[in-house]
Write a protein that binds this ligand. Structure first.
Ligand code: HEC
Length: 133
């Protein structure tokens, strides 16, 4: 009985801690990245390169339409960000690029997995998830 209580209590603590860190832990992007411009226009060829990298590397967590509901998302402590929200739309390309390049916790760092150029294409592609006005 006591064991079970301790077990349940620790589950509760761990889950509230991870929720706390997600809400109260702003993701700080260094100035030099904030200022970076995307060298590629979001034209057809850029979007199609971005789409194929997204399908290989990102879809499993962020989901087919970017809502953070991919298959792997259920196994994580932190929910993959919903990429269709204002929150992403209001960030500069350089900020989004930095987050993909360097990662944080369960969001991997893609600097060794995807060429820098292609990360910019992925940035263009995930912008298409934002609903058009
Ligand atoms: C293993 C699951 C996983 C994979 C694979 C993954 N992500 Fe993430 N991603 C996350 C999680 C979890 C977060 C939230 C991290 C945090 O807030 O600490 C996140 C956050 C982000 C953010 C920040 C969103 C914001 O609102 O600031 C972006 C952008 C992003 N991911 C894009 C991508 C892209 C592009 C790929 C593929 C190249 C990718 N992710 C692959 C789990 C994943």
């Amino acid at each position: 009985m006591i064991r079970k209580t301790i077990f349940l209590l620790s589950i509760f603590l761990i889950s509230s801690l991870s929720m706390y860190s997600q809400v109260n832990n702003p993701w700080v992007v260094p100035d030099e990245y904030q200022k970076m411009e995307n060298p590629f226009e979001a034209d057809k060829s850029s979007l199609s390169i971005g789409e194929s990298f997204y399908a290989t590397h990102c879809k499993t967590c962020h989901g087919e339409t970017g809502m953070g509901d991919g298959l792997t998302s259920k196994t994580l402590d932190v929910n993959p960000s919903d990429l269709t929200l204002d929150d992403l739309d209001t960030q500069k390309d350089g900020e989004v690029y930095y987050k993909i390049l360097i990662g944080r916790d369960e969001m991997h760092a893609y600097e060794r997995l995807i060429d820098e150029e292609d990360i910019w294409h992925v940035v263009n592609y995930i912008r298409t998830f934002y609903p058009e006005e």
